[in-house]
Write a protein that binds this ligand. Structure first.
Ligand SMILES: [Zn+2]
Length: 155
């Protein structure tokens, strides 16, 4: 495993759309392990592959209950709204209030290649939305309603 360099600020790769992962190869498994290590080392709540320069639809999330890998994730259902502070490992100087669904159901493939559905609420739902945005080249600053205070939770 290795720590990968996190792309920041106006690195153009952060604005590109990631490609679907058709097959979970050794290269994808290595990338996944490196992303988890990189997220932990940076004290992040989540990390998407484009943030380490790889345009593939994979993200890792850890809200304190262990790492979750989402490959080719899709939101199936969402409800409620929450306006809360958000920040990003790729935008180290910025934070702001972003509206996200309070609750959602996401479908994805795990690193073993199994499809699964996961319910997420509050911070986990926020992290899922934030990481899915990264896979489409969208950054939280595109969605900020009000600038916020410094946040501890970078995703
Ligand atoms: Zn981010």
């Amino acid at each position: 495993m290795a720590i990968r360099q996190i792309r920041i600020d106006d690195d153009p790769i952060l604005r590109k759309k990631s490609r679907v992962i058709d097959e979970i190869t050794d290269r994808i498994r290595d990338l996944n392990a490196d992303m988890i290590e990189t997220m932990n080392e940076a004290d992040g709540v989540g990390l998407a592959a484009p943030q380490v320069g790889i345009l593939k639809r994979m993200a890792v999330i850890d809200v304190g209950e262990g790492p979750i890998t989402l490959i080719n994730p899709k939101i199936l259902e969402q409800d409620g709204q929450a306006l809360d502070e958000e920040a990003c490992l790729s935008l180290p100087e910025q934070s702001g209030l972003v509206r996200r669904p309070k609750h959602l159901i996401v479908e994805a493939t795990d690193i073993e290649g199994n499809q699964f559905k996961m319910e997420a609420e509050d911070l986990l739902a926020r992290a899922v939305c934030h990481e899915l945005d990264h896979l489409d080249g969208v950054l939280f600053i595109d969605r900020v309603e009000e600038p916020g205070e410094e946040s501890d939770e970078e995703v």
